[in-house]
Design a protein around this ligand. Structure first.
Ligand code: ADP
Ligand SMILES: N[C@@H](CCOP(=O)(O)O)C(=O)O
Length: 311
């Protein structure tokens, strides 16, 4: 085998109150990473890309993830990663996580390491750490496992896939703005270190409600669950359009609405009862009022990472 190509999908993390815990993968966008061995003489990772992301190994989520994997496993090999971006970055769509997930999966296959997906989460999240300053596991767990996931333990990593027994589609409302360099890093600086007990309790209610709603197919529980008293609130200055977009989407009978990851994109769960045309129309006006156009991408849950080709 001379190279392996892996594909990983975009994701929306947090899902309301599940900061660094909950996430889902969607088919909206995907990244592809091709991994090949350069030599077996030393340990290294070379990045090849023409998609506007850093080429230095330590500054690229794919490079940093794979390097941490080679170091941890004591492997002396240099690999080249060709990173083809499909997931736009800086918009809250898990772009850095998709590259890291595809990269560790491709190298796992290339070197015949036989790692479990939870091991791959462990390494891919270190790629997230390299770009956002903290190794959050939620986006990579969704891109690696697919569907809706909860990272229920970080040491050791444990990921639970949440059974979804309700029919819904997803709408991403994506501001057409210049991506802010290091956006997630900045957004994480806004998260408070200490929170009121009453807010923590309220958030635990939201998480319970969302998971129970998805499992039982109860629309009202999902709607209630897609709220957050802590992180979304603290970050509101980074996405001032969000409260009004949420209001008009709920008035159009969306199932529920939350910020996608650290924003500025907004994730809407909708179904046949939702006035989707009216929702887009009104949300479009809110975006324009805030000084930018928004793209509306209708999508659905995606599966986990796939090995596309073995050459
Ligand atoms: N492989 C990669 N894919 C996407 N962004 C990357 C990658 N490697 C490094 N980056 C950097 O990470 C940042 C994007 O990540 P972030 O702000 O967390 O947004 P996102 O929600 O897209 O993951 C950008 O500054 C980008 O240059
Ligand atoms: N839990 C993280 C998720 C960041 O997602 P991104 O797609 O915006 O990078 C956080 O909220 O910081």
């Amino acid at each position: 085998m001379s190279s392996v190509v892996a594909r990983a999908y975009s994701s929306s993390a947090n899902l309301g109150a599940g900061f660094d815990i909950l996430s889902l993968a969607h088919k909206a966008y995907h990244d592809e990473v091709e991994a090949e061995i350069v030599n077996n003489e030393g340990r290294g990772v070379l990045i090849e890309t023409s998609d506007g992301i850093p080429k230095e190994t330590h500054r690229n989520s794919a490079g940093a993830a794979v390097l941490s994997m080679l170091e941890d496993l004591g492997l002396k090999v240099t690999v080249r990663l060709k990173v083809k971006k499909g997931v736009p970055f800086g918009l809250g769509l898990g772009s850095s996580g998709a590259s890291a997930s595809a990269a560790v999966s491709a190298v796992n296959e290339l070197l015949g390491l036989g790692l479990r997906r939870e091991d791959l989460v462990k390494y891919a999240m270190l790629g997230e750490g390299a770009v956002s300053g903290s190794p959050h596991p939620d986006n990579v767990a969704a891109s690696l496992f697919g569907g809706v996931v909860a990272v229920v333990s970080t040491s050791p990593i444990r990921v639970a896939q949440i059974p979804v027994r309700v029919a819904f589609n997803l709408l991403l409302i994506i501001p057409r703005v210049k991506p802010m360099e290091g956006k997630t890093r900045k957004a994480r600086e806004l998260v408070p270190n200490r929170v009121n007990l009453s807010d923590a309790v309220q958030n635990a209610r939201f998480i319970s409600s969302l998971i129970l709603g998805l499992e039982s197919g109860n629309r009202e529980l999902i709607r209630l669950g897609l709220n957050d008293e802590i992180v979304e609130k603290a970050r509101t200055p980074m996405y001032p359009h969000y409260p009004e977009v949420k209001k008009v989407a709920l008035e159009s009978d969306a199932i529920g609405v939350c910020v996608s990851g650290a924003g500025p994109s907004v994730l809407v769960f909708y179904d046949k009862y939702t006035d989707i045309m009216g929702l887009k129309d009104r949300a479009d006006n809110v975006c324009k009022k805030n000084g930018f156009a928004c793209d509306f991408i209708e999508t659905e849950l995606a599966g986990g990472v796939q090995i596309e080709r073995i050459n």
